[in-house]
Design a binder for this molecule. Structure first.
Ligand SMILES: CC(C)(COP(=O)(O)OP(=O)(O)OC[C@H]1O[C@@H](n2cnc3c(N)ncnc32)[C@H](O)[C@@H]1OP(=O)(O)O)[C@@H](O)C(=O)NCCC(=O)NCCS
Length: 264
């Protein structure tokens, strides 16, 4: 049993056993090349055959674990646990996060067994691109961190820490949407455009008043329509009361976290 950096020739083997990971398939084929060139892509060998993989991304000084897969025939033999332990030895110290769909019991049990806890529950919604008018605008000035109501936001299926500096950066990038009413900002949203999935527009966080959030969603629907995006994913903490007839409520996800010590 060996865990090593992924090589180009591992791709075919991995994609073969990742064809039907979930009922809808898998996304590894879409991200393999980018993860491979970014680094942090590992495979696990068992009896000389590649039977598992995972990726570590480093963002804003935090680590993000993603894409853990074990060949269906080699599950429940401790390989997932070995990859989690390997990841911790590579990362060393600091915050590690990952996200798991709330029905994915094997994964939840696996990460719980190595010390991860749920940090926040997040809901995915879908919306369709549509020509709409909206009173929401792109924020022109700094927006208070408190308005976002969460310490993370989703960006292309990775949850990144949200602090004053991050909000400032997002405002500079023109990615913060606001609804200003009576001189006050009532609602906020963070807009993403994924490199991996260019046809998908994402709202990585939305918070505020019901009316304000609907205006922000309308802005995104219109922008997706104008730019020819095929679909819109919206993420919000489950505690957010997000409710609109045009929104399709989809899966619940657990954002999970572990703080690694200095001397692993
Ligand atoms: C999740 C996954 C990586 C686990 O890999 P694995 O090699 O089977 O995991 P392990 O053998 O190390 O299991 C470790 C623990 O996880 C839990 N676990 C694993 N499979 C489980 C299952 N089918 N049901 C319930 N718990 C399970 C158990 O607590 C297990 O400990 P135990 O064997 O002492 O009971 C594997 O099932 C997989 O590839 N699933 C599909 C892809 C996926 O869901 N990836 C994660 C997406 S975020």
């Amino acid at each position: 049993m060996e865990i090593r950096n992924a090589k180009e020739q591992d791709k075919g083997t991995v994609l073969e056993f990742c064809k039907e990971t979930f009922s809808w398939g898998d996304y590894i084929a879409d991200v393999w090349d980018r993860w491979k060139s970014a680094g942090g892509l590992y495979v696990i060998e068992h009896d000389g055959a590649v039977v598992g993989m995972y990726h570590i991304g480093f963002f804003a000084k935090e680590a993000w674990l993603e894409g853990m897969r074990v060949h269906p025939k080699y599950r429940k033999k401790g390989l997932g646990t070995k990859m989690m332990t390997h990841a911790e030895s590579v990362i060393g110290s600091g915050t590690v996060r990952l996200v798991i769909e709330s029905q994915n019991t094997p994964s939840i049990q696996l990460v719980r067994s190595v010390g991860y806890c749920i940090e926040e529950e997040w809901r995915l919604y879908l919306a369709a691109p549509e020509k709409k008018s909206s009173r929401a605008t792109v924020a022109a000035a700094l927006v208070s961190l408190g308005l976002f109501g969460s310490s993370t936001y989703a960006d292309s299926w990775r949850w990144l820490p949200l602090d004053d500096a991050e909000v400032q950066k997002l405002v500079r990038q023109g990615r913060v949407l606001v609804l200003n009413e009576d001189g006050r900002t009532s609602s906020v949203g963070i807009l993403n455009q994924s490199n991996d999935f260019p046809q998908t527009m994402q709202l990585g966080l939305v918070n505020g008043t019901r009316e304000g959030m609907v205006e922000i969603l309308g802005y995104v629907q219109n922008k997706a329509h104008e730019t020819g995006c095929e679909k819109i994913q919206v993420f919000a903490p489950e505690k957010t009361l997000l409710d609109a007839g045009f929104l399709e409520k989809r899966s619940l996800f657990y954002l999970m976290k572990k703080e690694l010590g200095k001397n692993l």
